[in-house]
Write a protein that binds this ligand. Structure first.
Ligand SMILES: Cc1cc2nc3c(=O)[nH]c(=O)nc-3n(C[C@H](O)[C@H](O)[C@H](O)COP(=O)(O)OP(=O)(O)OC[C@H]3O[C@@H](n4cnc5c(N)ncnc54)[C@H](O)[C@@H]3O)c2cc1C
Ligand code: FES
Length: 244
């Protein structure tokens, strides 16, 4: 984990209320896809956690939805501005565990960004990958071409049928024939994926307080008791998660 000042290299709107920001700075603390960063935003007490969409030496790309004060402030930033960021938080996905399986990489809404790097790594390893991306409507969709460019099989669902198949990612998962899941999205989506009974890894985006394990404000239920999403997760295996 590193804390430092990162420079905004670009900040572009991708879809309705959805922005992509590229930050320049030290990326040495990043090891796995699905890790997150915690951004200090001027005038706000708590940092805002955002998943790493992808990274290369010296740059980190994030995608965020404008939902409140913090993300609205982020969307107003321009190249050359700086941010105080903690980088390399959380465990991320273990791509090695999926080796040789028929893998469904599933993202729902703002759960799609961490799945991009996950799919990118799996594709680079020559794995059999089906990316299943779910959005509410076409106008909030993003990164479709980026996933296409990875050469993975792609299934898109929207709640209203304005793009791809009408329905939920769980419908596409059933049709995909996959036998391993790696997923990030809202809790009801993760619950649906978990209910499929397919083995794999789930990433939670719970509301956070401190972001470093001290407040228990981000706990999720597991079979061995509550665990902290910020420190023990955000990725948990399907066998340890409980939605009861
Ligand atoms: C590990 C992790 C990774 C995340 N990755 C991403 C990402 O890649 N892209 C992205 O857009 N968002 C992501 N989020 C959610 C993001 O942190 C929140 O949307 C952000 O903190 C909201 O800040 P704000 O000041 O704009 O909104 P606030 O003013 O704090 O809140 C505005 C509204 O959003 C709701 N809200 C805030 N946080 C969450 C949350 N975590 N889940 C659901 N509702 C929330 C509040 O209840 C409120 O209704 C992630 C969260 C976690 C914990
Ligand atoms: S946010 Fe405080 S323990 Fe996770």
């Amino acid at each position: 984990m590193t804390k430092g000042i990162y420079i905004v290299l670009s900040n572009c709107q991708l879809a309705r209320d959805t922005w992509e920001m590229v930050l320049g700075g030290d990326t040495s603390a990043l090891t796995n896809p699905g890790q997150f960063i915690n951004i200090a935003i001027e005038g706000l007490y708590l940092r805002r956690p955002i998943s790493v969409c992808c990274y290369d030496p010296g740059t980190i790309t994030i995608i965020y939805k404008v939902v409140g004060k913090g993300t609205r402030k982020l969307s107003a930033m321009t190249p050359g501005d700086t941010l105080d960021v903690i980088v390399g938080l959380g465990n991320g996905f273990d791509v090695a565990k999926a080796h040789g399986r028929k893998i469904a990489v599933i993202g729902g809404g703002v759960g799609v960004p961490p799945m991009y790097d996950t799919a990118r790594r799996l594709a680079a390893q020559g794995e059999d990958v089906t990316a299943i991306l779910g959005f509410a409507t076409k106008d909030v969709s993003f990164y479709i071409e980026k996933f296409e460019a990875l050469g993975v099989r792609l299934m898109i669902t929207t709640d209203d049928g304005s793009m791809g198949q009408k329905g939920f990612v769980t419908d596409a998962l059933r049709e995909s024939g996959c036998d391993y899941v790696m997923a990030c999205g809202p809790t009801p989506m993760l619950k649906g994926v978990h209910r499929s009974g397919i083995e794999g890894q789930l990433s939670f985006e719970e509301r956070m307080g401190c972001g470093f394990g001290a407040c228990m404000g981000c706990t999720c239920q597991t079979l061995v008791g509550p665990k902290r999403v910020c420190l023990d997760g955000p990725v948990f295996s399907t066998s340890e998660v409980s939605f009861e």
